[in-house]
Design a protein around this ligand. Structure first.
Ligand code: GLC
Length: 428
């Protein structure tokens, strides 16, 4: 898949080119960048990488990776465990520094501190492991509620403030629209496939019910509590009623597909879905509103799961300096601005949230600023290298509840025992 041999040869050639370059003979390096391909992501990534190549005189190869964060991590672990130089720059998830840090170089040696300091402090801290700054923030993410403004207007319904209200409105509009001739209409779509995305959706339900964060920042396993169980019970009730059964196999793009074709009233998704929903050929262009996710009842709270992606340079790279220069370019103010306007990717540079052109393209970057900065984090920091195991146990348990295989109360009790075993008594 990665054309190992071919890229080894390329990398070796690049090594020579750089050496020649440093002794004054014109030469260009080849670097390989892995990026995501969700929605417009790959296209926008390539444009940025090519602009850097044209400016710097180097060559860049962009490699696309699986959409599922779970599958992407497995692929990265394979490549990195082989100490392979095939990929120089990795796009990594906000939850991976504790898992992958050992394979990346300390970027503070290559990127000026004042540039690093422009980015949200919490993300810079997240990307600092044992004092090493291993990844530059590229874009941040928070889960949001997308809704059809036109349909809420038509049925004279307010934007829901609680999940219970959302359910009621979803039922009503779904039934009425089906009656009016659209048998494909659904009330709510989200991500419930057994993968990392479900961990985020479920954490949002639980946090909105004030049911904790699975494992708390101090290491306490908190998942076995009545609020968490109530949140999951509510979510299980949506499957096959206001959400299609198929949601059990939906990731981000499957839910966006249904919403963007006009067949859902509400969608939970990340900010990237905004730019696509507003594209010229989008059937829902101009008909979409975006707000914070609902509360789990009147005593609950609005929340959004924290996501986001960083760029890291492999320690096996044969051109770390050139690779770090590519990272510096892609994470810069101007490039983050371009990505925000074209793809609604949330900048990690705070000043961009005051940029009029950015705010005109994505108005909710302003109105939901608090949702972005207060987004609820998955327990990756405290569980460190074990996060992936914790998340897999969690999403599998949630998936079983949503599929009706087990009730939420039993599931969270069983999960607590599994997490205790993984943590060896709370010591992560
Ligand atoms: C988004 C988020 C990422 C998360 C993933 C789950 O890409 O940015 O943090 O892990 O979705 O599907």
């Amino acid at each position: 898949m990665l054309r190992r041999l071919e890229s080894c040869v390329l990398a070796a050639a690049a090594g020579i080119a750089v050496t020649l370059g440093t002794i004054g003979i014109a030469g260009a390096a080849n670097v390989t960048l892995s990026c995501g391909a969700v929605g417009l992501e790959l296209e926008i990534c390539k444009e940025g990488a090519e602009a850097w190549a044209a400016k710097s005189g180097n060559h860049v190869e962009v490699i696309s990776t699986p959409n599922s964060a779970t599958e992407r991590l497995a692929l990265y672990q394979q490549i990195l465990a082989a100490n392979s130089a095939d990929i120089d720059v990795f796009q990594i998830d906000v939850i991976w520094p504790g898992i992958l840090a050992d394979h990346f170089i300390d970027l503070s040696k290559y990127i000026p501190q004042e540039e690093i300091d422009q980015h949200f402090k919490a993300i810079v801290e997240n990307n600092t492991v044992d004092g090493r700054f291993i990844a530059m923030p590229w874009f941040t993410d928070a889960g949001l509620l997308y809704y059809r403004k036109d349909l809420l207007d038509k049925y004279d319904r307010p934007v829901p403030r609680t999940w219970q209200e959302l359910e009621e409105t979803a039922r009503l509009i779904q039934a009425a629209e089906r009656e009016a001739g659209n048998p494909k209409m659904w009330g709510f779509v989200y991500q419930a496939k057994a993968y990392e995305g479900l961990t985020v959706d479920a954490l949002e339900w639980i946090d909105s019910w004030r049911g904790g964060t699975i494992v708390e920042p101090d290491g306490t396993i908190s998942i076995n509590n009545p609020r968490a169980a109530a949140a999951l019970t509510w979510a299980a009730g949506t499957v096959g009623t206001i959400a299609p059964e198929g949601v059990l196999n939906y990731a981000e793009e499957e839910s966006r597909g249904v919403f963007q074709s006009g067949n859902a009233v509400f969608m939970r998704n990340w900010p990237y879905a905004w730019a696509l929903s507003q594209a010229e050929d989008s059937p829902i262009r101009g008909k979409v509103g975006v707000v914070a996710l609902p509360k789990g009842g009147p005593d609950g709270k609005h929340t959004g799961g924290l996501g986001g992606w960083q760029l890291a340079v492999s320690k096996y790279s044969e051109n770390p300096e050139v690779a770090a220069d590519l990272v510096r370019y892609l994470t810069s103010y101007d490039e983050q601005k371009r990505r925000a306007i074209k793809g609604s990717y949330n900048p990690t540079i705070e000043a961009l949230y005051r940029d009029p052109e950015v705010l005109a393209a994505v108005p909710f970057f302003g109105s939901l600023f608090d949702t972005f900065v207060n987004a609820v984090a998955r327990p990756s920091r405290v569980t460190g290298a074990k996060y992936n195991q914790v998340s897999a146990e969690f999403f599998n348990a949630v998936h079983a509840v949503l599929s009706g295989e087990i009730d939420a109360k039993t599931a969270v009790a069983q999960l607590e025992r599994k997490l205790e075993r993984i943590s060896r008594g709370g010591r992560w």
